[in-house]
Design a protein around this ligand. Structure first.
Ligand code: ADP
Ligand code: ZN
Ligand code: ZN
Length: 754
């Protein structure tokens, strides 16, 4: 034994716990928390892991393996990040390795980061003005070459005093309308030279430095209220109706933090939203503003990561706008976290682990940095509003729209009656069509919202009722007309649209229900002169598709935009006056205790897109059940009564926020085996938790990708800390996993499922 130092290391594995390795003498000096090292785990496999603690506590097992080598000597992960990872793994019952995998760009690209190189042009040596004029003169016979040299001089402002400046080759070529061949000729003549220089992968060509807008009276009050509440509370909920100017308030709060030299994280639930807000932020805060989301390539992510880590006043990002994973960037000194649209379900990661809620984790991250958190929404989650009502969070309110524009008026259109009276034009009620007609006549814009993509959610044989289903999942296939295929929205399985019934061979296959694609088709027939576009998962697969669609709508090159929940939140369009919700029923009739809350939020959000600038907007909600209590509340924009109603219901039936939920999903490819094992776990858990256990039961989608699924739900009292209960759940699962044959199961734990 030469050395008594050990390192606890996080490995990218689903196994809970940290792993202890011996530190060999020769690399001892380099090993610190946050450093990446190579170690062996299990048989022969080598892994890169992150050192999180160095100590001299001899582990209680023999053959402690050595750290093989140090991959990155400078720590890539800071202490605050390690604390957040640890909290997430404890709270959401996953391994720190799983958090690590979600939290970091590919470790190789992080350690082997190479800046992007681009070709630049410069003069081969210093020329006097006389020499240059002579050269230009000689080049008269080669006007294209002369043009390039002139372009170079123009772009660099060449003068004999300054150093020899370089300018991007692409810029010289476009400026002089020349080809690379012509440029090569000048290089061959020894006049110009090329060099490679590192450039940013992130484009930033926006102007900035615009002064921030003064707040209205109502906004100033909310702003002051937030600040005074921050004196006592770490978290304030900003409940402001749609278009009340919450974003402007955030901008004022950000400005203060940046002036203090602090970092700010601004979170949004959806990539589509980052497009507009980033422009609004960059206008004021310029290049310290960075955006982060999953559409970036690994090298781009690494560059953003580094610029956050550097936190230097010149090149660093101090304001990050991002989706949930931006939580994991290497912040060193956060002053404020903004969680906008805090109620949004996309903040919760479903699969794979870590199944974390980014809003709740953000609150922890803020606490780690001793920073403040602001949660913003026009229709807060029942959980957050409850915390505000209880005084756990502060509450600030904005009850009016900016400019005192009225909230949109809402019209209910009864589809059942319209069908009966034969007044429907395909899927559109007379009320909706009239509102659209009027808007189009005034050259105003329209959004149509339908929460299903594809052409029709299923197709059916008109003779025998046969419906094609996925071969791997217990769901019907959705018809996508554009590609002429039936698609499974759960596993991606695709097959050709059948010409005949698979059961009775009749040729009478008909489409049922409607998705965004069908709406697009039909609305084109109803309004042939209108410019119509669709925005959903299928039309936004390319990296820049959001930007293009949003810009086109802003520039009024689109009259009618049809979309899924992607278009429902946050977007701010000047000329949009009419919103149509095509089928409110399928939002409301979903078997989940949050379905009513969610449909209220969705309808309130999408309505909120209408009439944000000059005049009141109009919303038409199509429903077969206009008496529905949630719809009645949306009609009056009555959030508080929605909250009270939901709160009562959840208290009565014991659901969050009055208890905590832990959901266990058990999967097996064999239905009988699944029933057998899930029953064992159900019995075990019932012995511990009694009536708090619900299930095992089959979820709505009972099979995905050939795996049958059962779920068990456990309700844990809110009064006690959940750690003990969680420990018991883990132990029960560990026991099940040791049963004979149980290794063929897949078990997932979801804490606070959404
Ligand atoms: P919210 O975030 O509450 O939906 P926004 O911040 O997007 O609202 O504000 C709605 C619109 O009103 C935006 O176009 C915004 O630029 C404008 N606006 C809000 N506050 C102000 C202000 N104080 N001065 C000028 N324009 C404002
Ligand atoms: Zn048939
Ligand atoms: Zn499938």
């Amino acid at each position: 034994m030469t050395n008594n130092l050990f390192a606890d290391i996080i490995l990218p594995l689903a196994v809970r716990g940290r792993f202890t390795y011996r530190i060999p003498d020769n690399i001892e000096a380099e090993i610190r928390p946050g450093v990446i090292v190579k170690v062996q785990f299990g048989g022969r496999k080598l892994y890169s892991g992150i050192v999180c603690r160095v100590h001299d506590d001899q582990p209680d097992f023999k053959n402690v393996k050595p750290v093989i080598k140090v991959i990155s000597g400078t720590p890539l992960i800071n202490e605050s990040q390690l604390k957040l990872w640890q909290w997430i793994s404890d709270y959401y019952l996953c391994s720190e390795g799983e958090v690590m995998k979600a939290a970091m760009p590919n470790e190789m690209s992080l350690t082997n980061f190479k800046p992007r190189l681009e070709s630049f042009i410069k003069l081969s040596r210093r020329f006097t003005e006389g020499e240059l004029n002579e050269i230009l003169d000689k080049l008269k016979k080669a006007p294209r070459q002369q043009e390039i040299l002139l372009a170079y001089i123009r772009l660099t402002g060449y003068s004999k005093e300054t150093e020899i400046l370089s300018v991007a080759k692409s810029l010289v070529l476009s400026e002089s309308h020349s080809s690379a061949g012509t440029l090569d000729a000048l290089i061959d003549k020894g006049l110009l030279a090329t060099i490679s220089l590192p450039v940013s992968r992130i484009s930033e060509n926006d102007s900035f430095g615009k002064p921030i807008k003064p707040l209205s009276e109502a906004q100033s009050e909310a702003f002051k209220s937030i600040k005074s509440q921050f004196a006592e509370k770490d978290i304030v909920l900003l409940h402001g109706v749609t278009s009340s100017g919450k974003t402007e308030i955030y901008i004022h709060l950000i400005e203060e933090q940046l002036k203090l030299g602090k970092q700010v994280l601004y979170m949004l639930p959806e990539i589509a939203l980052t497009t507009q807000i980033i422009l609004r932020l960059k206008r004021h805060f310029g290049p310290v503003t960075g955006v982060y989301h999953s559409r970036f390539s690994d090298p781009e992510k690494v560059e953003i990561w580094k610029r956050v880590a550097e936190n230097d006043p010149l090149n660093g990002y101090r304001l990050i706008l991002g989706v949930r994973s931006s939580l994991f960037l290497p912040f060193s000194d956060l002053g404020l976290i903004i969680v906008d649209e805090e109620h949004d379900g996309s903040y919760k990661q479903h699969d794979p682990a870590p199944r974390y809620h980014a809003r709740d984790s953000a609150i922890i991250l803020a606490a780690i940095h001793k920073a403040k958190t602001i949660l913003g929404s026009a229709s807060p989650s029942v959980e957050s509003y409850n915390n505000a009502v209880n005084g756990k969070y502060g509450l600030a309110e904005l009850k009016e729209r900016f400019g005192l524009i009225k909230l949109p008026s809402i019209v209910l259109a009864n589809t059942r009656e319209a069908y009966r009276k034969k007044l429907m034009v395909s899927h559109f009620t007379p009320e909706l069509l009239q509102a659209m007609d009027e808007a189009l006549a005034k050259e105003e814009q329209i959004i149509l919202f339908q929460n299903r993509r594809g052409f029709s959610p299923y197709i059916e044989c008109s003779e025998c009722g046969w419906i094609p289903a996925c071969i791997q999942c217990a769901v019907n296939l959705t018809y996508h007309k554009g590609i002429g295929k039936l698609v499974c929205h759960y596993c991606g399985y695709m097959t050709d649209m059948p010409s005949k019934c698979g059961n009775c061979h009749s040729t009478g296959m008909v489409t049922r229900g409607f998705g965004t694609e069908k709406i697009e088709d039909e609305i084109k027939i109803v309004f042939p002169a209108a410019r119509i576009t669709r925005m959903d998962q299928d039309t936004t697969r390319n990296k820049n598709s959001f930007n293009k669609l949003i810009r086109a709508f802003e520039e009024r090159r689109i009259d009618i935009l049809i979309g899924t929940q992607m278009i429902s939140k946050g977007l701010d369009f000047e000329n949009l006056t009419v919103v149509g919700i095509l089928n409110a029923d399928n939002l409301l009739n979903y078997p989940d205790f949050r379905a009513h809350e969610r449909s209220f939020q969705l309808m309130e959000q999408v309505s909120g897109r209408a009439g944000r600038r000059q005049k009141q907007g109009k919303v038409v909600i199509q429903t077969s059940d206009p008496a529905n209590k949630i719809i009645r509340l949306v009609l009056r924009h009555d959030y508080v009564n929605m909250f009270k109603m939901q709160s009562e219901e959840r208290k009565t039936f014991n659901y969050p926020p009055f208890c905590r939920l832990v959901k266990i999903s058990i999967k097996h490819k064999d239905r009988v085996q699944l029933n057998y094992y899930s029953d064992i776990l159900g019995r075990e858990l019932r012995e511990i938790f009694g009536k708090r256990v619900l299930g095992p039961e089959s979820p709505v989608i009972s099979q995905v990708q050939l795996w049958y699924i059962k779920t068990i739900l456990i309700k844990i009292e809110k009064e006690k800390p959940p750690a003990r209960a969680k420990q018991l759940i883990i132990e029960a699962i560990d026991r099940l996993e040791k049963e004979k044959g149980a290794s063929t199961l897949k078990i997932a734990i979801d804490v606070d499922p959404y």
